[in-house]
Design a protein around this ligand. Structure first.
Ligand code: UDP
Length: 450
């Protein structure tokens, strides 16, 4: 029997940073059963219900180590994934030490937020890998950030010309990740720090696939004469399975923690009503901070924030569910024909895998970049316009929904999304992503033998 190769994985806090790295582990073990994965999971408090339920479904050859919650009193400005990691570093180190006393660790793989843990790899004689659950375009931006930081004076959002990253669609400064929007902020400093750390890892595993982002991936492979080893292994998602398709329902959701203002909830409700289309809307209580619910559970019933009479008026057409829906199953359901999404990368890949075209509604982090890439580059989405107050008005919402679900333009978008779906299936079946993962697994096996 082949010798077991042990690797350790450190996830980021929050559902959408836990799932992609654990799903990566599951895929590795499915294709290469001689691997054993230990997944170290930092968390802010007790993990959200969604994460707890998910962790119960894992196979026995993935061990999970749930770290003790961090001391909240040490948090200066409330919940923040990067700070959660910083404060968890001693317990992550402890967990690695304990693992390496039992067996040699061949590789340490860390989620984007957990990048500071890669410094521990050398101490435990392990190779270090950065796991990015974002697009190749976002990685490309990250790698070019130190240079942009030197070259650009003033704020990126004031640039009049779009930024051109090799192999990517041009991107305006305002569409760059939220953390880059104020250069004097702590968030920007920590973004820069992370980008400098990325290039020092032994490799970068990325949840995308060649056929979806060939320009960006090829350019990254050539970055500084092949300085980084890139492993595009995606799309890695929890899988659904879709059979017959009727495509009349629009699914509306803003990820694991995105929230809208009360004003925007009202406009969205009216827009859905005006569109006359069937819908399934995952609703959160309003907040003026777009990512209010990301790491903390909601305390209020969201449904009470809907406009008066809305549920009654739309009961034949739509369903509103509070806070959470089993998204992968929803997207794989044969009646779902459109996704109004905040364009988080997991949601994007899940939609691609099911061939469901998207209406983009980016809220925070790198979602605007994803929206630009999907709309201008791949042309598999429609992008509604926000007004000067940052609101999408009901008429615009209704127009875009109708266009996607019934219009000619929607038809073209749907066809392109279906062909991207086919590409994603073949990348995983025996194509580019599976071959890349095997190459990485072989490299790890060989390293564990020396
Ligand atoms: N998700 C879900 N049900 C919900 C909302 C989100 O299952 O009601 C899942 C979704 O399928 C995806 C993840 O949560 O896997 C959200 O990740 P994404 O990267 O799209 O966005 P983020 O949560 O980071 O904003």
């Amino acid at each position: 029997m082949a010798k077991t190769t042990h690797i350790a994985i450190v996830s980021g806090p929050g559902f959408s940073h836990l799932v992609p790295i654990v799903e990566f582990s599951k895929l590795l073990i499915k294709l290469h059963p001689n691997f054993h994965v230990n997944c170290i999971i930092p968390s802010f408090g007790s993990p959200p219900e969604s994460s707890k339920a998910y962790l119960k479904t894992l196979p026995s050859n993935i061990d999970t180590i749930l770290l003790p919650p961090i001391n909240k009193q040490q948090l200066p400005q409330g919940v923040n994934p990067a700070v959660t990691i910083t404060l968890s570093l001693p317990s992550i180190h402890e967990a690695l030490k304990s693992l390496s006393s039992k067996f040699p660790l061949t590789a340490l793989v860390a989620d984007t937020f957990a990048f500071p843990t890669l410094e521990f790899a050398k101490e435990f004689n392990a190779l270090s890998y950065f796991y990015t659950p974002c697009s190749a375009m976002v990685l490309s931006l990250a790698l070019h950030m130190p240079k942009l930081d030197e070259e650009v004076s003033g704020e990126y959002k004031d640039l009049t010309e779009p930024i051109k990253l090799q192999g990517c669609v041009p991107i305006l400064g305002v569409d760059l990740p939220a953390s880059t929007q104020s250069r004097s902020s702590e968030a920007y400093k920590s973004f820069l720090e992370r980008t400098k750390a990325i290039a020092t890892a032994d490799g970068i595993i990325i949840n995308t696939f060649l056929e979806m982002e060939s320009g960006a991936i090829r350019a990254l492979e050539e970055y500084e004469n092949g300085k980084i080893r890139l492993y595009p292994v995606g799309p890695i998602t929890q899988k659904g399975s879709r059979d017959e398709v009727d495509e009349s329902v629009l699914y509306v959701s803003f990820g694991s923690g995105g929230t809208l203002s009360q004003n925007q909830i009202n406009e969205l409700a009216s827009g859905l009503e005006l569109s006359g289309q069937r819908f399934l809307w995952v609703l959160r209580a309003p907040s003026n901070s777009v990512n209010a619910a990301y790491l903390e559970a909601e305390k209020e019933d969201p449904l009470k924030f809907l406009p008066s009479g809305f549920l009654e008026r739309t009961k034949e057409k739509g369903l509103v569910v509070p806070s959470w829906a089993p998204q992968v199953q929803v997207l794989s359901h044969n009646s779902v024909g459109g996704f109004l999404s905040h364009c988080g990368w997991n949601s994007t890949l899940e939609s691609v895998q099911e061939g469901v075209p998207i209406i983009t509604w980016p809220l925070f982090v790198e979602q605007r970049m994803n929206a630009v890439m999907l709309t201008d580059g791949l042309k598999v989405t429609l992008r509604p316009k926000f007004n000067e107050d940052g609101i999408v008005e009901k008429e615009e919402i209704a127009k875009v929904i109708k266009c996607l679900m019934e219009g000619e333009e929607g038809k073209g978008i749907r066809e392109r999304m279906m062909s991207l779906k086919d590409f994603s299936a073949s990348a995983l079946k025996d194509g580019s992503s599976t071959q890349t993962l095997s190459q990485l697994a072989r490299h790890w096996e060989n390293s564990s033998e020396v």
